[in-house]
Design a protein around this ligand. Structure first.
Ligand code: AMP
Length: 213
């Protein structure tokens, strides 16, 4: 199965992606996670990407397309994969279509997770992530047992720089301008399915499974 998760930042693509990945036993590929790792390791790619990410802007298409072309060729992708955070522009979507065609692969579905904007802002600005293992918490909806400490590994919980309110607002603007057109792109191909992203994680996952059947 090849699946794209679409939706604004903060709608729960990452959370649902992990659950789908376990259920169907295929890897979840998050461009944001790959980029953050590159930034942390201060690679050439990471250095180039950081300036864009800090401002909530998109990293240029050619960098992302090249990165993804390499990633989906890896062995663990042979039974399919779930894309979280890619494609994010029409140029990336077109390049991805070509990648699939070249490799004789077929996109199954595009899952759009829908959440109102005010809820997104509250979710993102309250999000905390573990510096060590990447586990995700929310100060109100999913707090750790001890303030600032990861339940899973004891690591320190931090706020991503791009989860600060001003950057969040910019990320939403970028989403509207650059990524929303993809909704129409995939609607036309008949592959788009929409899920209401409000409610409990498990409840949303039930909806997801229903539309992926
Ligand atoms: P995310 O965790 O998916 O919200 O991604 C965090 C940041 O990484 C974004 O704000 C962008 O700067 C960058 N990024 C992630 N995926 C892409 C993509 N497909 N195209 C361009 N930039 C991306």
């Amino acid at each position: 199965m090849i699946l794209i998760l679409l939706g604004a930042p903060g709608v729960g693509k990452g959370t649902q992606g992990v659950l789908i990945s376990k259920e169907y036993n295929i890897p979840q590929i998050s461009t944001g996670d790959i980029l953050r790792k590159e930034v942390k390791e201060q690679t050439e790619l990471g250095k180039k990407a950081k300036a864009y990410m800090d401002k909530g802007e998109l990293v240029p298409d050619d960098i992302i397309i090249d990165m993804m072309e390499k990633r989906i060729k890896q062995e663990d992708c042979k039974n399919g994969f779930i894309l979280d955070g890619f494609p994010r522009t029409t140029a990336q979507a077109k390049a991805f279509d070509e990648m699939l065609q070249k490799n004789g692969l077929n996109l199954d579905k595009v899952l759009l997770i829908d959440v109102p904007e005010e809820e997104i802002i509250s979710r993102l600005t309250g999000r905390r992530v573990c510096e060590s293992c990447g586990a995700v918490y929310h100060i109100k909806y999913n707090p750790p047992k001890e303030d600032g400490v990861c339940d899973k590994c004891g690591g320190k919980l931090i706020q991503r720089d791009d989860d600060k309110e001003e950057v969040v607002r910019n990320r939403l603007e970028v989403y509207k301008k650059s990524t929303m057109p993809l909704i129409y792109y995939y609607k036309n191909s008949g592959k788009l399915v929409v899920v209401d992203g409000m409610g409990e994680i498990e409840e949303i996952f039930e909806r997801v499974k229903e539309v992926l059947k």
